[in-house]
Design a protein around this ligand. Structure first.
Ligand code: HAM
Length: 429
């Protein structure tokens, strides 16, 4: 590695060989969002720290340990967004989008969490977020899940498992919480330090522990679904019916609690066994209290976010990844006159209606080295023009991916000839 300035740990460069896959995922998602009536919203990367404390929760791991927070020049505490939902709700409120309205929104971009980096877990990562605000019923929970399921299908990603659970209302959860504290207190000897610390502050997070020594205790813990209030139980039952009707398979996951405090009722996660420890590709749930908590009128809402890095890895593994784009033609130009005229001819080619991709040699070099570049570029045709061709008003065309012989054409016929050759190639002639 160079001795220059080092990148920040856990923050990745996405290189040209990779961006085609990212664009592929984004393009498929963008079309699906539009087909389900979700509109794009773009919100700032920076928000007041208070926003995340009030939404994700003061005692959550994200707020306690993982935020990139700093004081700006005015002494105001700002934070790089660790997730998208809080900012989207804030934007909805700031711009009057939530006043007696329903909104189906999506948003994409970088998120920041100071986590311990490992495969699939980064400090800067990217999410695609889908949020439906102003909808109370389980139909919209199902719609969002079906939208994500369709995304996996259209990308050719298989083998994902959908896990669903219901967390009930804050009131029903309080009852469950008490039962849980009672149970874990009775088994305090078997808890690790982390879990003992969580016992009072956030006992439900103990259920999330990956410590194998605690698996038995966690298995025996009371199940949240046994403590649901009637309406939440009904909501959950109806969601399951929507999914059953649509043929969308799921697993009931009574231990799924999620790490953000704003959830109520439905929570879900799509997991893959092809990603190692960081197996959640997409997660979300209902957050019926959040809009009010952030200063709006009470408004139910539900959404999910998928992790782009993890989804891109799955698309690659499935062998469905798009290849980086290659040019159609590479223009090799030798000598002053040819260089000046070549630029003009390249523009004429780009004017043609078929979106021909043209890379012009720049910075000189012998024909030999230029043709090497042409080959490396992946172009199908090399167009070759030196002083001689320039003077004669011709240009040489060399197919690079077949044994067809080189041919010559008049410069004024170039556009038509290239179009014909490319079209014949497309047709496999
Ligand atoms: P989350 O579970 O924190 O939920 O993140 C959603 C997804 O982002 C995860 O399933 C995972 O794929 C990806 N992800 C999270 N952290 C990292 C990381 N450090 N590195 C790479 N990928 C990561 C939320 O953020 C909620 N805002 C989701 C939501 C939307 N709930 C309702 N609406």
């Amino acid at each position: 590695m160079s001795k220059g300035i080092q990148p920040i740990r856990g923050m990745n460069d996405i290189l040209p060989g990779q961006t085609a896959i990212w664009q592929q995922v984004e393009a498929v998602a963008r079309v699906l969002f539009a087909r389900y009536g979700y509109q794009e919203i773009r919100v700032p990367l920076l928000e007041r720290t208070e926003l995340f404390k009030r939404s994700i929760g003061e005692l959550s791991d994200i707020v306690m340990k993982e935020m990139y927070s700093f004081e700006d020049r005015n002494g105001e505490s700002l934070t790089l967004r660790p997730e998208g939902t809080a900012g989207i709700v804030r934007a909805g409120l700031s711009n009057g989008l939530l006043y007696n309205q329903q909104q189906r929104l999506w948003c994409g971009g970088a998120m920041f969490r100071y986590e311990r980096p490992q495969k699939g877990r980064y400090r800067q990562f990217h999410q695609l977020d889908a949020e439906a605000l102003g909808f109370a019923g389980p139909d919209i929970d199902a719609e969002l899940i079906l939208l994500s399921a369709r995304l996996w299908r259209e990308l050719g990603v298989g083998g994902l498992t959908l896990k669903i659970n219901s967390l009930g209302t804050p009131e029903s959860r309080a009852v469950y919480r008490e039962k849980l504290v009672e149970y874990f207190s009775a088994h305090a000897d078997g808890l690790d330090d982390d879990s003992r610390r969580r016992l009072e502050a956030n006992p439900m997070r103990i259920l999330d522990s990956k410590n194998p020594d605690m698996a038995g205790i966690i298995d025996g813990a009371p199940s949240i679904t046994d403590y649901l209030d009637q309406e939440s139980a009904r909501h959950f039952e109806d969601l399951r019916r929507y999914l059953d009707e649509a043929g969308c398979e799921y697993e009931l996951a009574p231990r799924l609690v999620r790490g953000l405090d704003y959830y109520t009722r439905t929570v879900f996660e799509w997991v893959s066994d092809k990603l190692g420890a960081q197996d959640a590709v997409c997660s979300g749930g209902r957050y019926d209290g959040l809009v009010e908590q952030l200063g709006g009128k009470p408004m139910p809402a539900v959404g999910w976010a998928l992790g782009m890095e993890r989804l891109v890895a799955l698309v690659e593994q499935a062998g469905c990844a798009a290849k980086p784009a290659v040019p159609d033609v590479f223009f090799a130009l030798l000598g002053d006159q040819a260089e000046f005229r070549g630029m003009r001819l390249a523009e004429e080619l780009r004017d043609a209606p078929d979106d021909i991709a043209v890379v012009c040699n720049a910075g000189g070099g012998s024909f030999k080295s230029q043709l090497k570049r042409a080959d490396r570029s992946g172009a199908r045709l090399a167009l070759i023009m030196g002083e001689e061709e320039c003077a004669a008003g011709t240009i040489a065309i060399k197919p690079l991916r077949s044994d067809e012989p080189q041919q010559s054409c008049e410069q004024h016929e170039l556009v038509e000839r290239v179009r014909q050759l490319l079209a014949a190639g497309e047709a496999g002639l």
